[in-house]
Write a protein that binds this ligand. Structure first.
Ligand code: CA
Length: 131
């Protein structure tokens, strides 16, 4: 059984470290991209089960990345959790409209984040979800 893969797109080194510790200790293989340019390349390479996307990024913000992911057939189905600390209401609406599965406000709660990742990682590996 292989671990689920999570790709984290985040430019802040300390925040990346936080994700690394949290996700790794929860059994996820964690990969990182630091800007909008490498985000899509990395997603293509790793084919993650879940993507965690920060909105404030250099070289193309999170919305640009989200658009690029959705436009790519091999990546468009990967669930994306958008994370942001600014303009919560407008960002959330815009992110969900653009195809994000979930929106998390910074600073996120570890348990909340893990629950989301678990839900979405499970979702992407099953062909049908019924509850
Ligand atoms: Ca950022």
């Amino acid at each position: 059984m292989s671990n689920k893969k999570v790709l984290v797109i985040e430019d802040d080194r300390d925040v990346r470290l936080g994700y690394h510790v949290l996700l790794k200790s929860s059994g996820y293989d964690t990969f990182f991209a630091e800007d909008g340019m490498t985000a899509v390349t990395e997603a293509r390479k790793q084919q993650p089960d879940v993507i965690i996307l920060d909105l404030g990024l250099p070289a193309g913000d999170g919305f640009v990345v989200l658009e690029r992911l959705r436009a790519n057939t091999s990546l468009s189905l990967i669930p994306v959790i958008v994370v942001s600390g600014r303009d919560i209401h407008s960002s959330k609406e815009r992110a969900l409209k653009a195809g994000a599965k979930a929106f998390l406000q910074k600073p996120w709660d570890d348990r909340e984040l893990l629950t989301l990742v678990r839900q979405l990682a499970g979702q992407s590996s099953m062909s049908a979800s019924s509850t």
